[in-house]
Design a protein around this ligand. Structure first.
Ligand code: NAP
Length: 252
């Protein structure tokens, strides 16, 4: 097992790519802290608890941690709790993300702030305390989930593209800061994946996108989880500051 004895925290892990990553890392021996948007009695919590049960079934420990990663203090408290309960944190996957699509002409300041805060602000909020802990231990790995849209831009997504391009700049800068401590920082840039995030795309538009993907289909959450697993494992021990595109060839 590639991650035996490691402890990971994954943001937005109650479904989609986060859930698939939790299971992929657990299968390789890691204990998993599963973050979800806080709603003590609601669907987010129940989904996160279901993922925790799947992690348990794989023989690993799991924690369910509700915290709005757009907010600094709850994020820092969450990272501290994961470190306290696991004893250490080896892996952070900054995965939580949202869309609030509109052309700039129609985009509200609130939609701009929400997308920047959840997709990019969360990386500051979680990586700051986690990297401080990793620096002290002189080991660790952080993976930030960007997007192909951060590389290409997209109609109606100035907010999302800015956040995801920001995630790439953040990744490369933090990789430079942390390399001397033996901590690696990388990004994964997914293309179009079959998750809740893309399920609302109009079927006609979806079919047009599909035709432009050289491999001929949308990817799965498991395709991204496999890339994340590679980056956090020792197989990638000489890789830092990299952006791994997983997009079926849609953008090369
Ligand atoms: P998803 O199914 O919508 O999952 C997003 C996750 O983010 C959910 O688990 C959600 O948690 C969590 N989240 C949202 N706001 C949060 C907050 N304030 N605090 C804590 N958690 C929060 O979408 P996905 O496709 O798996 O997306 C995962 C990541 O991949 C995102 O960063 C997304 O931008 C990126 N990505 C996806 C695609 C794609 O095609 N699907 C392409 C490129 C990049 P709750 O369910 O608890 O709200």
């Amino acid at each position: 097992m590639r991650l035996a004895g490691k402890h990971a925290l994954i943001t937005g892990a109650s479904q989609g790519i986060g859930r698939a990553t939790a299971l992929a890392l657990a299968r390789e021996g890691a204990d998993i802290a599963i973050n979800h948007y806080p709603d003590p009695d609601g669907a987010h919590r129940r989904n996160a608890e279901a993922v925790a049960a799947e992690v348990h079934a794989l023989g690993r420990r799991s924690l369910v941690l509700g915290a709005d990663v757009a907010q600094e203090k709850p994020s820092a408290d969450m990272v501290a709790q994961a470190i306290r309960e696991f004893g250490a944190l080896d892996i952070l996957v900054n995965n939580a993300g949202i869309l609030r699509d509109a052309t700039l002409r129609n985009l509200t300041r609130q939609q701009w702030d929400d997308v920047l805060d959840v997709n990019l602000g969360s990386m500051f909020n979680c990586a700051k305390p986690a990297s401080s802990h990793m620096r002290e231990r002189e080991t660790g790995s952080i993976v930030n989930i960007a997007s192909v849209i951060g590389l290409t831009g997209n109609f109606g997504q100035t907010n999302y593209a800015a956040a995801k391009a920001g995630a790439i700049g953040f990744t490369k800068s933090l990789a430079r800061e942390m390399a001397r401590y033996g901590v690696r920082v990388n990004a994964v840039a997914p293309g179009f994946m079959d998750t809740d995030m893309t399920r609302t795309i109009d079927p006609e538009i979806k079919e047009n996108i599909r035709k432009q993907i050289p491999l001929g289909h949308f990817g799965t959450a498991e395709d991204i989880a496999a890339a994340i697993l590679f980056l956090v494992s020792d197989d990638a021990r000489y890789i830092t500051g990299e952006v791994l595109s997983v997009n079926g060839g849609w953008y090369m």
